[in-house]
Design a protein around this ligand. Structure first.
Ligand code: PEP
Ligand code: MG
Length: 758
């Protein structure tokens, strides 16, 4: 906005402020408003159309025939006014009649006016009306006049809602062209079906007051909000906390660039100068940017626009004090959560009874938020492009993560079809429940151990529900992730004891804390305050635990005390070299001695195991195997390191296949490397929970799987149909001379044998 625009908008706004403060009736106010705007913009005509019963009705006019008020009605999309409402974009025409959408209404007497400019009136992101001006001379309105018109439209939106002139639920969603049903495609991250209302993880702020009482005070509010936002962004960068959900540096860089962009803050200040409140000024500038960006068809820029939207929303939240996420406000109905990305702790803040599904613009199969969602039985669809632009809060959604689609605002027919599928899927689940008591054995009589992965107290009922053989991986760090502070020893002991209690005589393998990577704890920072370039390969898991051995000591005490009188299975994550295992074990042994000294009751047996997720350890199996009771292959990490492909980078989410000969050969090598030692070898990464992958794993000698609970039923069924001798021979052949696609070959092989797979 230049000076002149500021002055003219301000002049109009000052007068509008008086009009709004007056005690007159809403219609009388509107009548005055059109006079003020018409005069201010030197236009013979100024009209306001508002949405009533699905039609745009002329509510007030200066210049057109008064007989037309409440008589002239336009359908959405009809004429220039209808076009502005449906597209939520302004029009500025020197010759209105020559526009293809022009529709002449004789009752208005508008034929003598040539130029036309109109803007949508938007409320809660919906177009609820149109404000337009017309002029006798055929001239395009200047940009500054359009600016003023748009600013005034914001004020009008406040006036008309306060006066109850439009039904708030009626408007058309501004910025979204389609309000009918729509279908978007993504990548299945956690299978399942769900229906519910769209809830934005970071809710959009509703602007209540548009016209400022005190411009200087508004300016101060914006200054402070900018300071706070910059501080937040800088902190994110410093702590790499931002990486929690797999966001990248690139995004952070863009955030920083916008946060410090002088142009942006200047434009907001100018909008404040014109008489707007801080919130309205931020939104006003954002509207203008959105409009400009929409005219440029460039996917890269569109991505950047998302970043700017995120940031503008953050600024709005700070300035208006509406800081919480949707979790802190509570879910009122069955909800499908919408976010760009999430951290595992953020997901866990939601009410499990109401949260039915998650849709992310980013996300990857092994990101921890997805693992947590899978454990909670919540379907997740990821990599859904332009998600947030296609939806509005409260939209009905049908999420079919099995087929990787989401239907937005579905038709009644689609809802019916979905319900049928939903019921069928429930029936299938019920059929799996029948397998609860069945011990999984292959056709040729080999017992396969099928266990579950867990991490919270609430996961334990899954053991009984699925009839799994135990908990093959209990991720103890989940308790740390959901706590605001480091959990004290007593709290840890209580959790472990409850878990063992719930497991009864089935084994539980406790993995010591694996923190770092995409599991960041705000209360546990690196000593040197350095940001990690590459947290997945950085200071995480056992590396943290050995350096901060106080942490491991406390956990050892808690585990030893909780398992008194039972068998304790302890597993160390990310062991890269045998000495790391020894050192971690030593921390436990010291605690054992200490507790024995105190004559405390001890576990009857302590079994120590390591996770194999760093490829280097595979070369040292002959050295480490004699010291182990068990070894668990963490394929989530192992595969990211084998392929050098960050597991939480959404761009790589679909690039490499777990069913590749290199991975399967590698796993076979581990099985062979432990042969002859008394070591149980389990696969506990996500791949074990997928049918084709499980089949291939059995084919290379894996006899123990620890998987997501929902996969136990299907896996038991698969096991019962497999001939182990046959799959072992087939895998040996394929790994000796790999086919073009191991997945396709295996799929054909499985289908030919009636093994229903995926
Ligand atoms: C793994 O890496 O495969 C694993 C099971 O551990 P996490 O996913 O917790 O890193
Ligand atoms: Mg791991």
């Amino acid at each position: 906005m230049d000076r002149q625009a500021v002055v003219s908008a301000r002049r109009i706004l000052t007068r509008l402020h008086d009009v709004m403060a007056s005690r007159s009736h809403a219609q009388a106010k509107l009548n005055t408003v059109v006079e003020v705007i018409g005069e201010g913009l030197d236009s013979e005509v100024c009209s306001v159309y508002l949405l009533r019963e699905g039609m745009l009705e002329l509510f007030a006019t200066r210049g057109l025939s008064q007989e037309a008020v409440h008589v002239t009605r336009m359908a959405i999309g009809e004429g220039l006014v209808g076009t502005i409402a449906s597209s939520a974009e302004m029009l500025n025409l020197a010759e209105a009649a020559s526009h293809p959408d022009f529709s002449y209404r004789p009752e208005t007497g508008e034929d003598k006016y040539h130029s036309f400019a109109g803007v949508p009136i938007v409320r809660r992101e919906r177009a609820v009306g149109v404000l337009c001006v017309q002029h006798v001379d055929p001239r395009r309105y200047e940009e500054i006049e359009i600016e003023a018109l748009q600013t005034v439209a914001m004020v009008l939106s406040e006036l008309i809602t306060n006066a109850g002139l439009v039904d708030e639920d009626e408007g058309l969603f501004a910025g979204v062209q389609h309000t009918g049903p729509e279908q978007l495609r993504g990548l299945t991250l956690a299978k399942g079906l769900a229906s519910g209302q769209a809830v934005f993880h970071q809710p959009r702020v509703t602007i209540e007051h548009v016209v400022a009482e005190d411009t200087e005070a508004e300016r101060q509010r914006v200054y402070m909000a900018f300071d706070k936002m910059r501080e937040q962004i800088d902190r994110m960068a410093a702590q790499a906390e931002f990486g929690m959900g797999g966001e990248h540096e690139e995004v952070l860089e863009t955030y920083k660039m916008f946060a410090y962009d002088e142009g942006w803050s200047r434009r907001i200040n100018e909008a404040i100068d014109s008489g707007l409140t801080a919130e309205a000024a931020i939104e006003r500038v954002q509207q203008r940017t959105r409009m400009r960006m929409r005219q440029i068809d460039d996917p890269l820029l569109a991505d950047r626009m998302h970043d700017l939207e995120d940031l503008a929303n953050r600024l709005l939240r700070i300035v208006s004090g509406q800081l919480g996420t949707a979790a802190s406000m509570g879910l009122r109905n069955d909800a499908i959560l919408i976010a760009r990305n999430l951290g595992p702790a953020e997901l866990l803040e939601y009410d499990r009874r109401r949260l039915k599904g998650v849709i992310l613009e980013e996300g990857s199969l092994t990101a921890h938020v997805v693992i947590v969602a899978r454990a909670m039985g919540i379907p997740v669809l990821g990599r859904v492009r332009s998600l947030r632009g296609a939806l509005r809060e409260g939209d009905m959604l049908l999420l079919d993560a099995d087929q990787a689609i989401v239907q937005i605002r579905p038709t009644p027919g689609a809802i019916e079809a979905f319900d049928t599928r939903f019921n069928r899927s429930r029936e299938r689940q019920a059929a799996y429940a029948q397998l609860r008591e069945v011990e999984p054995c292959t056709r040729d009589g080999t017992r396969i151990m099928v266990m579950i992965n867990a991490g919270l107290r609430d996961d334990m009922p899954n053991l009984a529900l699925t009839g799994a053989d135990g908990v093959g991986l209990f991720r103890t760090e989940f308790q740390f992730l959901v706590s605001a502070t480091l959990p004290a020893r007593e709290r840890q002991t209580r959790l472990y004891r409850d878990v063992l209690e719930a497991a009864g005589d089935k084994p539980v393998v406790f993995r010591t804390v694996d923190i770092g990577g995409d599991k960041v704890l705000p209360y546990l920072r690196r000593n040197d305050g350095e940001q990690e370039e590459n947290p997945a390969m950085g200071w995480r898991a056992l590396r943290v635990a050995l350096e901060r051995d106080g942490l491991l000591k406390v956990q050892a005490r808690a585990l030893l005390e909780a398992a008194a009188g039972r068998t304790l299975n302890v597993m160390f994550p990310m062991v890269a070299e045998p000495w790391e295992f020894d050192a971690a074990r030593e921390v436990f042994e010291t605690q054992v001695k200490f507790l024995k000294g105190l004559k405390k009751p001890m576990p009857e047996v302590i079994r120590y195991g390591a996770m194999l997720e760093v490829p280097a350890l595979a070369e040292m199996l002959d050295v480490i195997a004699p010291r182990l009771s068990f070894l668990s292959i963490g394929t989530n990490d192992l595969t990211q390191f084998l392929f050098a492909a960050d597991r939480s980078n959404p761009k790589l989410a679909e690039r490499y296949d777990w069913l590749s000969p290199s991975i399967m050969r590698f796993i076979r090598r581990i099985v062979e490397g432990t042969a002859g030692h008394d070591v149980d070898v389990t696969v506990c990464g996500e791949m074990g929970g997928r049918q084709l992958e499980a089949l291939a794993l059995m084919g290379v000698g894996i006899r123990r799987l620890s998987i997501t609970p929902a996969a136990v039923g299907p896996t038991k069924e698969l096991v019962s149909k497999v001939d182990l001798g046959e799959i072992t021979a087939a895998m040996a052949g394929w790994l000796a001379s790999p086919p073009v696609s191991l997945r396709a070959t295996l799929q054909n092989w499985a289908s030919a044998r009636g093994l229903v797979v995926d």
